[in-house]
Every structure is written in structure tokens, then in C-alpha cells.
Design a protein around this ligand. Structure first.
Ligand SMILES: Cc1ncc(COP(=O)(O)O)c(C=O)c1O
Length: 422
């Protein structure tokens, strides 16, 4: 006897109604789109090889601590990072917020971080919600990274009933594709040690730092008590992030992960996919950075300005000097070449599944638009004046080389209310 409700429900048109050929065609189509998608490095999709491997993954229960492929991934990432233990989680937001929650004990307390940091701007208020902490934000004067002195200025280190003592400092590396200088991080660790304040790293793209600088991951992680290492961004896993740190810290974070609803049960296929991505994609990041540099030079040659130095795989553009908007570029690139970019924020992100031809196609569209909008570009030059034009062009050439000097102006801050102060 069917349940009474089933009589009133429309028939389900589930994915399984597609046949194998249709499903394959859909995935081939998706792979072709991803090869031309510059919106983020999170858009990468599992390869056929990865999907085949996932079928062979272990089938244990991760909450019971019984899944071999998950345990192996956690151990591998922890060993690479030079830390005692690792915890595989669903997302980078979860590994960051678990770390923050685990470091903190008893409010009132504060967490010091960069005003542009993901943990502050883009984790749905997690520092306040999960950690019950007040964020103290640093507005990096050089526009690149926080100095030790700026961090210390925001740390509350003396007991005073009016304020919340600082119990954690969070660093993001890379931040908007920019690399935090390692010697500064070593200095920062020494400075916070004086006040027994732990240091956490949102290392969603720390892999890129290792690929670019040639420094081993363990050395990059050395100044930190805990590090969040995303696998679903540049590394190309479908899902996941690993939090690494001391054994006791990770054991406590595992406890909090359960209360966050993040116990994953049969996580083997995801863990094995992530391990596969790690061993096959990590070595390819250098080529991704080279492609980003090529794109950056091509953009500057066509009159587009760069907002930030291209140090890894991100290219931040300002199209105004070329006479058009990022939104116009977005529609034209999509309509003419099937190339996707984000707008209105001018962020282009390279990843290992971007095909070289997509870079050429994007540059062709930029060149075409710049040609059409010469009048608008001239008006921009008249409006801002010769000195500013020269400065923007000089700075953009420098940024395309991955270099910078003085103070970096852009891009606009992620939290609009903070933009006015910057
Ligand atoms: C720097 C940084 N940290 C953390 C995250 C969070 O990762 P997830 O999207 O897996 O939650 C992101 C996501 O884009 C990020 O860019």
C-alpha cells in the first residue's frame, strides 16, 4: 500500500533518468566550459581518472575513525606541513572556523586579522558566531601584507575590563594571490609568542606559495600553530580542506567538527580524490602561474591596468583605462568565446584546467574592446591627467612581473563598510 502522500507528489525527474551517453555528454560539456572559466580556482572538476579511482576508495566510517583513505590523506597533508596531525573537513570555511573555535577558550576575547581576510569578510560572521570573538582588523598600510607592528597595534595584551583580550592572530597566505613574505611571518611568530598568542594560517592557497617560492610546505607552515590547507581550490579536488596542527589541538577540533555537523561518515572516495589531486596537480601549479603572468602581460599590452601584483595565479584588473567595464568584458567574452569571468570585481583566476587557448581568446576580446573604446580611454586619460596615466601604466607593468613597491592601492575591500577607511 503506497503512502498517501505519494499519490499527490509529481513523479521525480531525477538525474538517473538520463542514460549513460547523455550523462557523459553533459560532463564533457562541463569540462569544456571549465577550461574557459576564470571565475575561480574552485571551478575545477574531477577528471575521469580521478572518478575511476574514487570507485576503489575505502568504505570506512570517518566519524568512527575507521576510514583508511581519509586517515592516509590526513597523515600525508600533516607530514607535508610538518605538523603532528590533520583533520579532513568539508570546506576551507570549516577548517578555518574550527581552528578559530579550537584556539579560543572563554569570551570575552578578540581575534586579530587582515581587514581583507576570508575569515573576516567571507565566512558568514563565523568568528562572532562560532568563536564569540570580536574581530580586530588590520588595514595593511602597504596594501600587500600586515606588518608585525600593525598586528601588534591591534592586539589587546593587557588586562582591562573595557576590552577583549586577543587570543588569536589569523594570517591569510596567499591573500588575493599575494605572498606573505616568509621572514615577516617568522618575525610575527616571535612577536606573538611574547604574549602567548597563537597564530593560525588560512592557507587555502599555501600550495601556490610553495610552488612559487620553492620553499617546502613544512617551512611555510613552521611559524603557525595551525594551518588550513584547501584541496578544492588550486589543487583541484572536488571537495575538502585539511586542518593541521598538534595532536591534542586536532583531537579537540575533531570534537568541534562533530558539533558543527561536519562528521563525514564514508568520506573515502572524497579523500582519495583529494590525495590523487594533491599528487598530480600540485606539481602543475608552476605552469598555472606562468599562464597567469602571460595573461597579465597581454592585458597590460592592451591597455588594461593591474590592481595587484601577479605573484601566483590571480590577476586583478582595472579595465577603466582601456575604456570599458569589467561587466562589458564579461558579456563580450561569454558571447563571443564562451569564456567566463566574474564581474563587477575584476578578478581573473587561473587554474590547472584552464586551456592556453582560453587565455588567447580572452586577450583577443580585450584587444577588440580596447580598439572600439579608444575614445573612452582617451577621455579617462584626460580626466585623470598625464602623471596618473604614467603611474598606472608603470605600476601595471611592474605588477605583471609580480613585483611591487611603495603602497598598493587596490582592489576595493570586500566589506564595503570598510572600504571608506582604507
Ligand atoms: C582564502 C580563502 N580561504 C578560505 C576559503 C573557504 O573555502 P571554502 O569555499 O571551501 O569554504 C576560501 C574560498 O574561496 C578562500 O578563498
Amino acid at each position: 500500500m503506497p503512502h498517501a502522500l505519494s499519490a499527490t507528489l509529481p513523479p521525480l525527474r531525477a538525474v538517473s533518468t538520463l542514460n549513460t551517453a547523455e550523462r557523459r555528454a553533459r560532463n564533457d560539456d562541463k569540462r569544456a566550459q571549465v577550461a574557459r572559466d576564470f571565475r575561480s580556482d574552485t571551478v575545477t572538476v574531477p577528471t575521469k581518472e580521478m572518478l575511476a579511482l574514487m570507485q576503489e576508495a575505502s568504505l570506512g566510517d570517518d566519524v568512527f575513525g575507521e576510514d583508511p583513505d581519509t586517515i592516509e590523506l590526513e597523515r600525508t597533508v600533516a607530514a607535508l606541513a610538518g605538523k603532528e596531525a590533520g583533520l579532513f573537513c568539508a570546506s576551507g570555511t570549516m577548517t578555518n572556523q574550527l581552528a578559530i573555535r579550537t584556539h579560543l577558550v572563554q569570551p570575552p576575547h578578540s581575534v586579530v586579522t587582515d581587514s581583507r581576510a576570508h575569515v573576516h569578510c567571507s565566512e558568514a560572521g563565523g568568528i562572532a558566531y562560532h568563536g564569540q570573538a570580536q574581530p580586530h582588523t588590520v588595514f595593511a598600510r602597504n596594501g600587500h601584507h600586515m606588518s608585525v607592528e600593525e598586528v601588534l597595534d591591534e592586539c589587546v595584551v593587557e588586562e582591562d575590563v573595557h576590552v577583549a583580550m586577543t587570543r588569536l592572530v589569523c594570517v591569510e597566505n596567499t591573500l588575493s594571490g599575494m605572498i606573505f613574505p616568509q621572514d615577516e611571518l617568522v618575525r610575527l611568530r616571535r612577536a606573538v609568542d611574547d604574549f602567548s598568542i597563537p597564530l593560525h594560517c588560512d592557507g587555502a592557497r599555501l600550495w601556490d606559495v610553495s610552488a612559487k617560492t620553492g620553499l617546502p610546505l613544512a617551512e611555510l607552515c613552521e611559524p603557525f600553530h595551525s594551518v588550513s590547507l584547501c584541496l578544492s581550490k588550486g589543487i583541484g579536488a572536488p571537495v575538502g580542506s585539511v586542518l593541521v596542527g598538534p595532536t591534542a589541538f586536532i583531537a579537540k577540533a575533531r570534537w568541534f567538527r562533530k558539533s558543527f555537523g561536519g562528521g563525514m561518515r564514508q568520506s573515502g572516495p572524497l579523500a582519495l580524490a583529494a590525495s590523487h589531486a594533491l599528487s598530480t596537480v600540485f606539481p602543475r601549479l608552476t605552469a598555472v602561474h606562468a599562464l597567469a603572468t602571460r595573461l597579465a602581460h597581454g592585458l597590460v599590452e592592451r591597455g588594461v591596468a593591474l590592481d595587484l601584483p601577479v605573484e601566483t595565479g590571480m590577476v586583478w584588473i582595472d579595465t577603466e583605462p582601456a575604456g570599458f567595464s569589467v561587466s562589458e568584458l564579461q558579456s563580450r567574452a561569454w558571447e563571443k568565446k564562451g569564456v567566463r569571468i566574474g564581474a563587477p570585481r575584476g578578478r581573473l583566476v587561473l587554474h590547472y584546467q584552464i586551456e592556453e587557448h582560453a587565455v588567447e581568446d580572452l586577450l583577443e576580446v580585450v584587444g577588440e574592446l580596447a580598439e572600439e573604446r579608444r575614445e573612452e580611454a582617451k577621455q579617462w586619460e584626460e580626466r585623470v591627467g598625464r602623471d596618473r596615466v604614467d603611474e598606472v601604466r608603470r605600476r601595471s607593468r611592474l605588477y605583471a612581473e609580480g613585483k611591487w613597491e611603495g603602497r598598493i592601492e587596490g582592489p576595493k575591500r570586500s566589506l564595503p563598510a570598510y572600504g571608506r577607511r582604507g
